[in-house]
Design a protein around this ligand. Structure first.
Ligand SMILES: Cc1cc2nc3c(=O)[nH]c(=O)nc-3n(C[C@H](O)[C@H](O)[C@H](O)COP(=O)(O)O)c2cc1C
Length: 281
């Protein structure tokens, strides 16, 4: 009893750390269910016949049916578990350079990514524009769990909106700026760039606040700004991204910039066509 408790605790901790508590619970639960079904299966054969091994061998059709049922139950539970695991992202760009060294381009492509989609988009833009690429990073520790990240995003947004309201929508106000995550990146010569691409995921119709940190940390006035975001076709809340609203928001932060139409991409196709449409290539 003691040994099985120790084993169970060990398995729980290993799975909990690698996959998350919810997934660990589902995996352990499905293992119990599977073992339970097997036990029931064996018990039934013991009751029916003391020679249950013989019973299994001879009663192949019946045995096969129960066995198949147990395996299908187990596989279904594992499938549910694995689909649950996709809520956790293991994507990390903590190794990405924090600055641009020796960039000669007059185009800067900055992006922020949670699962990596924006990096793909940014790389495509880079392939057509030959711009300098920079992954935005913050020292703030966010959750890698999808649901937790939504909560963090809402909390941050609420604090930002409150500070803006209390300070008459002065985007440069210290209390407003204090609600933004601190950028780890350092761009030595922002004046070198004439065009800036802002690439980010659409989060409840807004941008993650790290994009605002970038807009406020650097003087982007007079530059051409191209906002591009990624969104999910069948997003559960059906929150539609509004290009007009986004550009209006960016315009308040950077009043003297030349904004191009913003676009939400549900996959990384059609980038070249879009850049041609807005006269960027
Ligand atoms: C906090 C959060 C909020 C999101 N809100 C929306 C949304 O309002 N509309 C939408 O289409 N997709 C939404 N999504 C889905 C992301 O836009 C989609 O996963 C993203 O474009 C893919 O980028 P990624 O690789 O950085 O995750 C949201 C995702 C997260 C994590």
């Amino acid at each position: 009893m003691f040994i099985s408790r120790v084993i169970l605790k060990g398995v729980w901790e290993i799975l909990g750390i690698t996959l998350g508590k919810k997934e660990a619970l589902i995996i352990i639960g499905s293992c119990f269910l599977f073992t339970g079904t097997i036990m029931l299966f064996i018990y039934e054969h013991i009751v029916n016949s003391l020679f249950f091994f013989q019973e299994i061998c001879y009663n192949g059709v019946r045995g096969g049916f129960f066995m198949k049922k147990s395996i299908i139950t187990f596989l279904c539970l594992m499938l549910i578990t694995l689909s649950g695991c996709t809520y956790n992202t293991k994507y990390s760009e903590s190794d990405a350079p924090l600055t641009i060294t020796g960039g000669l381009s007059d185009t800067l492509i900055v992006y922020y990514s949670f699962n990596g989609e924006e990096r793909e988009l940014a790389k495509q833009v880079q392939s057509y524009t030959e711009g300098d690429l920079l992954c935005l990073q913050t020292s703030k520790k966010y959750s890698t769990d999808f649901k937790e990240r939504i909560k963090e995003h809402r909390k941050e947004r609420e604090a930002y909106a409150k500070a803006l309201k209390e300070n008459k929508h002065d985007y440069k106000n210290k209390h407003v700026l204090d609600t933004l995550p601190t950028l780890k990146n350092q761009i030595d010569d922002i004046d070198q760039y004439k065009t800036v691409y802002l690439i980010y995921p659409c989060w409840e119709k807004d941008e993650p606040l790290i994009i605002d940190s970038f807009c406020m940390d650097y003087d982007l006035s007079g530059k051409t700004i191209v906002p591009m975001c990624t969104s999910e076709k069948n997003w559960r809340g059906h929150v539609k991204y509004s290009s007009k609203k986004s550009v209006a928001h960016f315009n308040k932060m950077i009043p003297n910039a030349n904004f191009k139409r913003a676009k939400a991409f549900t996959d990384v196709k059609g980038v070249k066509e879009w850049l041609e449409t807005i006269d960027m290539i």
